[in-house]
Design a binder for this molecule. Structure first.
Ligand code: VGL
Length: 180
């Protein structure tokens, strides 16, 4: 079976200068670009919210569909992306997990492509990486979380660490990019 890289939400709004910026957002991009050469398929998610989404009651406005903030980080090698996954597209849909995608059925796509292992990278450890990795595990994929290719919001100190513990306990394998 094939290996896929699941690149979660490496978008302008989650990177320095964006509305929900994560300090290390730019630093993980070269690591992710290198990982693209080590897998069979590259899937990248985009948080893709409508204006006025109820999700913005809990967060600053971010990743509005078709705006600058929802574009990929310009350093991400988007030529290597085989499939883009849009999530959080409904008015009341937070879309934390890649498996909440609405433009495709992600489980069907993974099955068609004969993918058995998912390497999860991107933003943010404590939200969309966490939700995507937990769902991937639950669905029976060999799920790897690449710890130097993710970064956390850490709205509360320790949230990133807590999310890693939770993913590990759920059966995700935590590893570093050099081990992929
Ligand atoms: C995310 C906070 C709010 C994420 C999305 O991509 O992890 N975090 N919306």
């Amino acid at each position: 079976m094939k290996k896929a890289l699941l690149v979660v939400d490496v978008q302008n709004d989650f990177c320095p200068g964006g509305s929900l910026a994560i300090k290390e957002g730019n630093d993980i991009v070269p690591i992710i670009n290198d990982l693209m050469d080590k897998v069979d398929v590259v899937i990248a998610t985009k948080d893709w919210h409508p204006e006025g989404s109820t999700h913005f009651e809990n967060w600053p406005v971010h990743c509005v569909a078709d705006k600058k903030g929802s574009e990929f980080n310009p350093q991400l090698n988007d030529k290597k992306i085989d499939q883009i996954v849009l999530k959080g597209t409904g008015h009341d849909d937070p879309g934390y997990s890649a498996f909440d995608a609405t433009n495709i059925s992600l489980p069907d796509y993974l099955k068609q492509q004969d993918i058995g292992s998912l390497y999860v990278v991107g933003l943010a450890t404590d939200y969309c990486v966490r939700a995507s990795a937990l769902d991937a595990c639950k669905l029976g994929f060999h799920t790897y979380v690449v710890t130097d290719a993710i970064a956390a919001v850490n709205a509360k100190e320790g949230d990133g660490k807590k999310a890693l513990d939770e993913m590990y306990k759920a059966g995700c394998i935590l590893l570093e990019s050099k081990e992929v």
